[in-house]
Design a protein around this ligand. Structure first.
Ligand code: FES
Ligand code: FES
Length: 850
């Protein structure tokens, strides 16, 4: 018998078990999150006799007789202080890490109510946050300490029009852990799903024997490929990803699903997996794009090993290079990168009496999920309802189906609710990564430093399945000339299948890789010419009216030169400074249908805002509240934003391509304009149950358009980052200047940029996702993610010169925030030691790991 005192109440357990599982599965404590179950993330942090402790690392036997405290047990005064401080500082994004942060903060503040920055950073060092960059969390803890010392009253809430630091409306539920992510859901008698993964990245499956698993006590269903009632292959554009691999087929990566199990407990489900026998003939996997493209390579898919090719041709680049005064050519290599969102994938599927199904998911688009699930189950769309829960970070890694379809298959088979949550290790294996790329790039200029041509050849390792590899390659190619006026461009890229994990969407969508090559070449060209890296960028910067490499003419909102001017002094007056710039599209563009939709319903004298657009941490509900408040004059208390639900909310497309603030923001503005018109004639009370629909569709032209000014994208953001190194070669400060059009909520924009920089620093300096013959060897704790103590000072400067009424002038910031950081760091090290570094993560820096 084990006894713990949890938040003042005694609980007993007959059997010893992991404390995290006891708290979550038996007591349904939702503030204690399971991010990794291996001590790496800190999301499960609790106080044990006042000491911050990772619940996943201790058993009941270890803590029996001791006092455990979680966020639920904080005194009300402390709860209030943390909620208000985190709201004021803008310290919450996806929220998954936040309760663990609060507990680490409490452990510190209970001992020292006036900590220095260094002490706060040390206290939360064990808590990973992939969204915020830690700086606002540190500010929030300092502010909470001040409040608890009775020294400050928090300012009254800002009332929320456009351009104000209106506080996030989801702060309290995320700080206190009451907001629900899928794995926090619990339905009486639900079953637990588990998936058997492939043993070999490339192997012929001769036989799958599930007989022993089927008869294992507590197992309710075991499914293989032949049990899939609908389409067995799915994919956004290319349907090449099997839901389950059938006997007689080849595996393509080690995340392939071989069999599904539904059982009465997680433990039984795992026992059943161990009883499944798969007979393979293993083959040598294809692990490089070079081999995959060779004549000797086996075909990974029947149509061949090239998923897609992108070509951009403007002018005559070869001739222009030949005539240029200065030319640099280099070959760049960028690695696979893991999204490392702190919430692993989870889905709960519940069969319905009418033969349909409801699936709860934490994904980037409930409508895309519904489409995939319905086709796999062989059900009409209207029989599949997908409900979006809180999303604990995504960064592109939750666009594809990962668990939703498997949970749904098991639920339909058993007729019972089934929850399927990936372990962290399985999450690392399964979801698509950032593409590893090899980029050969030539950049040339005349004797005045004006760019004459860019030639690039890009090989992108798209791994086992298409996912969004085609569009990612396309964005890498369209952005390879950078934010510059380049009259001649010859850019070709190939997305190539291998037996590595699939690669797909990841914050920046192919542009971080291209930007690293483009910007490093710019530095080396400037060096060859004898002008400064700042100067060469300024001489070539796109201005309104200039033509981009794709032929689109830069709009009046283009404020790239302003970002360069803002960093000129700091760049030039520091010894070890580096600089890089970036351009990033907003929206899908290139002629792909792209629509944001919002429905406003007047209910109970308030307005209810309904949209399927997913908040993956960026704060969409807060932005929509501000847009509607600005447009109608209603105070934020009168505005409520519901969650995504295919049965209630209109389809606003995927949260991708930095598009939601502009697309769904504009749709909200359109709906609010209709409401505002009615409010001129009647108070809200007389508009009960009236519905207002807002929609915005971007009209864009495909990449091969022959129009004189093809509008490939409706908006582009620009940014310049300057990185300062100290004398020991550590990053001491980053100045990030962003042309965001107009900041709807400057503090939220700052938060996006700080978080993007933390991710960009990891990409530049430390993050690795090593593969051994196609098999990932990393654990969550070895990915090299930046922690609180690693973060330098960050200064954010926002340029907002866009006067367009479209989306109140907002352009996307989610992706570009992390794009120029890596080449800016590279630039700084080049100035520091004159070494040329052409691959990521950078070598010969104090951050390099053994
Ligand atoms: S869940 Fe315990 S440290 Fe990650
Ligand atoms: S807010 Fe920290 S992980 Fe998302």
């Amino acid at each position: 018998m084990f006894t713990i005192d949890l938040n003042g109440t005694a609980y007993r357990a007959e059997e010893d078990m992991n404390l995290l599982h006891f708290l979550r599965d038996e007591l349904h404590i939702t503030s204690v999150k399971n991010g990794c179950s291996e001590g790496a993330c800190g999301a499960c942090t609790v106080l044990v006799d006042g000491k911050a402790t990772r619940a996943c690392l201790v058993t009941l036997a270890r803590v029996s007789g001791r006092k455990i405290m979680t966020v639920e047990g904080l005194p009300d005064r402390e709860k209030e202080a943390y909620v208000r401080a985190f709201a004021e500082a803008g310290a919450v994004q996806c929220g998954f890490c936040i309760p663990g942060m609060i507990i680490s903060a409490k452990a510190l503040l209970d001992k020292n109510l006036d900590p220095e920055s260094r002490e706060i950073r040390e206290a939360i060092r064990g808590n990973l946050c992939r969204c915020t960059g830690y700086l606002k969390i540190e500010q929030a803890i300092r502010l909470a300490a001040k409040m608890l010392r009775g020294e400050v009253q928090v300012n009254p809430p800002v009332h929320g029009g456009i351009g104000t630091n209106f506080r996030r409306i989801d702060t309290a539920e995320k700080v206190l852990g009451t907001g629900q992510y899928v794995d926090d859901m619990h339905i009486e008698d639900m079953l637990y799903g588990a998936v058997l993964r492939a043993k070999h990245p490339r192997g012929l499956v001769k036989k799958i024997d599930v007989s022993a698993a089927r008869t294992h006590p507590g197992v309710e269903a075991v499914m293989t490929a032949e049990d899939v009632p609908g389409e067995r292959y799915w994919g956004f554009i290319t349907k090449d990803w099997p839901v389950l691999i059938a006997a007689g087929e080849e595996t393509r990566y080690v995340g392939d699903a071989m069999a599904l199990v539904a059982a009465r407990s997680r433990k039984i489900a795992q026992e059943a997996l161990a009883l499944i026998k798969v007979d393979y003939e293993a083959f040598e996997p294809v692990t490089t794009t070079a081999f995959s493209l060779s004549l000797d390579a086996p075909k990974i898919h029947s149509k061949g090993n090239v998923l897609s090719t992108t070509r951009i041709n403007r002018g005559n680049a070869v001739e222009a290079v030949a005539k240029s005064a200065y030319v640099v050519t280099n070959r760049y290599v960028t690695p696979h990168t893991e999204h490392a969102f702190i919430e692993p994938e989870s889905s709960l599927a519940v069969p319905q009496a009418d033969g349909g199904i409801t699936v709860f998911a934490g994904s980037q688009s409930v409508y895309e999920d519904r489409h995939g699930i319905a086709s796999i189950l062989g059900l009409p769309l209207e029989k599949v309802r997908v409900v979006g829960k809180l999303v604990g970070g995504a960064f592109g890694g939750k666009e594809d189906l990962s668990v939703q379809h498997h949970a749904a298959l098991l639920a339909m088979r058993t007729g019972q609710p089934v929850k399927l949550t990936l372990t962290r290790q399985e999450s690392l294996l399964v979801h698509p990564k950032r593409h590893a790329m090899e980029i050969e790039m030539t950049t040339a200029c005349d004797d005045q430093g004006k760019l004459s041509a860019v030639i690039a050849r890009i090989a992108a390792d798209t791994g086992a399945y298409a996912s969004l590899g085609g569009p990612v390659l396309q964005r890498a190619c369209t952005h390879a000339a950078g934010p510059y006026h380049v009259p001649n461009a010859d850019i070709t890229g190939w997305a190539v299948y291998t037996n590595n994990p699939p690669a797909g969407a990841f914050r920046g969508f192919g542009v971080p890789q291209a930007c690293f090559a483009c910007e490093t070449n710019m530095d080396l060209l400037a060096e060859r010419m004898g002008i400064s890296p700042w100067e060469i960028r300024y001489r070539n910067a796109l201005e309104p009216g200039d033509t981009m490499a794709t032929g689109q003419i830069a709009g009046e909102d283009t404020a790239f030169k302003e970002t360069l001017l803002a960093v000129k002094d700091i760049y030039q007056t520091n010894n070890f400074s580096g600089i890089a710039s970036a351009i990033k599209n907003t929206g899908l563009g290139v002629g792909v249908p792209d629509t944001g939709r919002v429905k406003i319903v007047v209910r109970n004298r308030k307005v209810l805002v309904l949209t399927s657009a997913a908040c993956v941490g960026q704060g969409l509900a807060t932005i929509l509240t501000q847009v509607i408040s600005e447009t109608t004059g209603l105070t934020p208390e009168k505005i409520e934003v519901g969650g995504p639900d295919t049965s209630l909310t209109p389809d606003a497309g995927t949260t991708t391509a930095s598009r939601q603030t502009l697309f769904t923001g504009e749709a909200a503005r359109q709906a609010a304009l209709l409401l505002a018109e009615d409010m001129k004639h009647a108070p809200l009370a007389r508009l009960e149950e009236k519905v207002y629909l807002g929609e915005f569709t971007a009209q864009t032209d495909p990449l091969d358009s022959t129009k004189p000014n093809p509008v490939n994208h409706v908006a582009y953001s620009y940014a310049t980052h300057v990185v300062l190194l100290d004398d020991l070669g550590r990053v001491k400060k980053i100045v990030a200047v962003h042309d965001v059009g107009r900041a709807i909520n400057p503090k939220a924009v700052e938060g996006q940029i700080e978080g993007g920089i933390a991710m960009g620093l990891g990409y530049a300096l430390r993050e690795k996702f090593p593969l051994e013959k196609g098999v990932p060897t990393a654990r969550f704790g070895t990915l090299g993610l930046f922690r609180s103590t690693d973060m330098p000072e960050v200064e954010v400067i926002l340029i907002g010169k866009n006067t367009s009424s479209l989306g109140y002038g907002a352009k996307g910031v989610g992706e570009i925030a992390s794009i120029p950081t890596a080449p800016a760091v590279t630039s700084a090290y080049h100035r520091y030691d004159r070494k040329v570094r052409l691959s990521l993560p950078l070598t010969d820096t104090p951050y390099e790991r053994a």
